[in-house]
Design a protein around this ligand. Sequence first.
Ligand code: DSN
Length: 411
Amino acid sequence: MKKLKQQDKAVYQAIQNEKKRQQEGMELIASENYVSDAVLEALGSVFTNKYSEGYPGKRYYGGQDFTDVVEDLAIERAKKLFKAQHVNVQPHSGAPANMIAYSALLKPGDKVMGMDLSHGGHLTHGHPVTLSAQIYNFVGYKTNDQGKIDYDALEKMARKEKPKLMLAGFSAYSRRINYRRFTQIAKKVGAISMIDIAHIAGLIAGKALVNPVPYFDIVTTTTHKTLRGPRGGMIMCKKKYARAIDKSAFPGFQGGPHMNNIAAKAVAFGEALEPSFKKYAEQILKNSKVLEMELKKYNFKIVFGKTENHMVLVDVFGSKGVTGKELEVALDKVGITLNKNVIPDDPRSPFDPSGVRIGVPAVTTRGMKEKDIVKIVGWINEVTENINDDKVLKGIRKEVIGFCKGFPLHK
Ligand code: DSN
């Protein structure tokens, strides 16, 4: 970064500080990860200079010889990874990907069934604060007392509501979804089936979880969570919906695609096709199970009962009398980063909810294994027990920095 250092010290310094923060801290936000140096290089490439409205072979401006190469590579690799019939790699991120899909399939006022946010769903699945909820008529389904989706109840609800679209997927739910049953219900009520796999795309690509793509009409995802690519979105769909999705992405919703980002997606998908990615996905599940078991040992309450993916949702207020925000702030002081999170039908405010969400994709990328997760949960417990004791927190901070030295990040 010689040029940047000379030209813009303020930005250069902020980048250096962020690098240090990442190196000396433990990243447990379930949606975060570390990209490879190769992905970073593609992101910082000259493709950022290029406008490429349209699709490979059908662009509106000239000079597209090489943009077509990287977009085709990204599409072909994604098709191979997910066995998808059609792929659009242009969505700038997950929220736009969902809006692009909705507007391809729905008319304003159409009904959509999506998972309630406090039960693990996502803002863009129809939360009232989002544009999606202003345009479409969302109704939310919930998990039952065992922390699972009750498919009989879901079917009953679908028959009553008659949605145009049934949406599966989540951002804080730690259980698996019965893809066959979900899509059968959608078919029975004549709804289009859609799933947002943003959180688990890497686990699917790494074959640690069953691939839902063959089951669903439409699949949206981000590329930067477990999939470990650049920040971005992607839509996969059955051939039948290909034209509608492509038209909705461009010119419907977005302008020029971010070609540097698409180049980086191609690189990340290439990495995900390597055997080492399968090992990484398997290790995520192992680490996540240890996370759950260790938290239970310390009597933390695991919402949804257990984890079957890369994360757990913990009711820290219910089990320890500490709010999600209090724990997030205290853990920040020791260099352990996670996020406060609502729990099902949380009586507390989303700004100071009962829970925290903890995920292991980033620490797994960093090379941490089961024994390391045991250590991390020990620290989480110690911080919870000593939440107002700055001396204890300072001591843990030193230990975390020392521990992280054993897991170096970008040079
Ligand atoms: N912000 C992402 C997450 O943390 O799950 C999704 O929006």
